[in-house]
Design a binder for this molecule. Structure first.
Ligand SMILES: *[C@@H]1O[C@H](CO)[C@@H](O)[C@H](O)[C@H]1NC(C)=O
Ligand SMILES: *[C@@H]1O[C@H](CO)[C@@H](O)[C@H](O)[C@H]1NC(C)=O
Ligand SMILES: *[C@@H]1O[C@H](CO)[C@@H](O)[C@H](O)[C@H]1NC(C)=O
Ligand SMILES: *[C@@H]1O[C@H](CO)[C@@H](O)[C@H](O)[C@H]1NC(C)=O
Ligand SMILES: *[C@@H]1O[C@H](CO)[C@@H](O)[C@H](O)[C@H]1NC(C)=O
Ligand SMILES: *[C@@H]1O[C@H](CO)[C@@H](O)[C@H](O)[C@H]1NC(C)=O
Length: 434
């Protein structure tokens, strides 16, 4: 039945389209995430809409993952909240007249695509907010105290371009006390390491969008020449090789899983996600993500790691009034209240898998004396539709033509911006063992 469906996916899609509005919504969500990748990882300054067309068609007119089931909305209220205790990730964004601790003038680590100030974003109200957990106090990140505490320590952020976005915020804040010095980068500047010399603290960012072994066939514009080959049973050696050298690690993944990929196990094809032209079983991205996260956590659990390991959940995009290719944008200038923005179906699925897999792992970790922590920024990020570069991914996009047609980036985060608050949260978790 399943195979038949896949072979006749066109007519199947038509009938589903008529019957099931949800599938349509899912299609669009997947589409959005798909776009996000192009924005995320392409290095060209112009993303051609023409180039995108085949990709768009592929996503919109392919069947959704068959093995997919709609998760319940994650139940975020744990026993601590019932007892009135502190959950750092439940709260509100409140006005903060103090504003950011660094600017485009004082920090040299901000990547051009996220340097909204330099690129001419006209409003700055989005800078004057801080995250306020409902049942606890969250102090501002104190870079001096942090550096003193982190003498001789090694940190690593492992994941995709959102991890890169985060490391820049981290470096900008710490560099208020002492400027970081780059001590390593790979050819493509995807894996890098910095040192804070007086404190002998090193901070690395490791490019590993799947956390598992993946062969990716994409050019600089993010145009793929072949499907990604993802080995769901093999972890990415770019981080496992260095795992024992790091005292603190922040893992993150998710978004790349929505892309077309062929899944391998024991070096043989097991199935795929979105490959209608190939005669492989559609397994769904949720299958692969769950499997790989399970493997990542098993790897961590079987180590005797003495430091602290965080898993950061995937963050949502905020395209409104269209999709990224049809004029969708993120023009808001203020945070929203909880519930004003809803999580896309794709992000709900990713988040649900993350919570389930880390939930299982943290239970075992505490038995073993490992320090594994959930860093659940999905909901607080969802309330910040105002925090993305939008058109200001590029320098002065409207300088020549104020009606210029530009593609918006509603996925990455302006720096300074909302993700600076992630460091307040990290500091609290590290120093006060939350
Ligand atoms: C920083 O941004 C301001 C606009 O907010 C701009 O005038 C200035 O040139 C930028 N400086 C740098 C070094 O990018
Ligand atoms: C850092 O390492 C150096 C050299 O190994 C050592 O002398 C020093 O005591 C260490 N400091 C801390 C705070 O661990
Ligand atoms: C710096 O820290 C590393 C551990 O991260 C340690 O091995 C090394 O000895 C330290 N170096 C100095 C000069 O303190
Ligand atoms: C891969 O190997 C493992 C262990 O040998 C086995 O359990 C599993 O079924 C194999 N998977 C495939 C798809 O061959
Ligand atoms: C597709 O795969 C099935 C089972 O693996 C096989 O029986 C069938 O012949 C294949 N079809 C084509 C067109 O290769
Ligand atoms: C969200 O906020 C916007 C702007 O304030 C408002 O127009 C919209 O109705 C709100 N939507 C929901 C679901 O609360």
């Amino acid at each position: 039945m399943l195979k038949k469906m896949l072979f006749h996916w066109k007519s199947w899609w038509k009938s589903v389209y008529k019957q099931n509005h949800f599938v349509l919504k899912l299609g669009f969500s997947i589409f959005l995430v798909g776009l996000a990748f192009r924005l995320l990882f392409s290095r060209s300054d112009v993303i051609s809409e023409v180039q995108e067309t085949p990709f768009v068609q592929k996503i919109l007119f392919s069947p959704p993952p068959v093995s997919f089931s709609l998760p319940e909305v994650a139940d975020q209220i744990g026993p601590e909240e019932q007892a009135g205790m502190c959950n750092l990730f439940i709260g509100d964004w409140i006005p903060d007249p103090a504003g950011p601790v660094y600017t485009n003038e004082t920090c040299k680590f901000i990547e051009d695509h996220q340097n909204c100030m330099k690129n001419g974003r006209p409003d700055n109200g989005y800078l004057y907010w801080r995250w306020n957990p409902r049942n606890c106090k969250l102090p501002r990140f104190n870079p001096l105290k942090f550096l003193q505490f982190m003498r001789n320590k090694t940190w690593a952020l492992i994941g995709d371009s959102i991890s890169r976005n985060h490391v820049q915020s981290f470096l900008c804040i710490l560099s208020k006390v002492e400027e970081a010095v780059e001590v390593y980068h790979d050819k493509e500047y995807r894996c890098r390491r910095w040192l804070f010399p007086s404190y002998n603290l090193t901070v690395s960012v490791i490019w590993s969008p799947f956390l598992a072994k993946a062969d990716i066939f994409e050019d600089y514009n993010g145009v793929s020449t072949s499907e990604i080959e993802l080995h769901i049973d093999k972890l990415d050696t770019s981080w496992t090789d260095q795992f024992k050298d790091f005292d603190y690690m922040i893992f993150a993944s998710g978004e790349w899983y929505v892309k077309t990929a062929i899944y391998y196990e024991n070096d043989t094809v097991l199935g795929c996600h979105y490959c209608p032209k190939k005669n492989f079983t559609e397994l769904g991205f949720n299958f692969a993500y769950r499997k790989v996260l399970g493997n990542v956590f098993n790897y961590i659990l079987s180590s005797n790691h003495k430091g602290m390991i965080f898993f950061r959940t995937a963050t949502p995009d905020h395209f409104e009034n269209g999709e990224w290719f049809s004029g969708g944008s993120c023009k808001r200038t203020k945070p929203v209240k909880e519930g004003n923005f809803s999580l896309s179906e794709v992000n709900k699925i990713l988040h649900e898998i993350e919570l389930e897999e880390i939930g299982k792992a943290t239970a075992k970790a505490s038995e073993k004396g490992l320090n594994l922590k959930l860093f659940d920024v999905t909901s607080l990020s969802l309330m910040r539709p105002d925090g993305h570069p939008g058109p200001y991914r590029h320098f002065q996009p409207f300088a020549k033509d104020k009606n210029a047609k530009v593609i918006n980036d509603c996925l990455h985060w302006c720096l300074p911006g909302p993700i600076d608050a992630w460091n307040d949260l990290l500091m609290e978790m590290v120093l006060n063992g939350q």
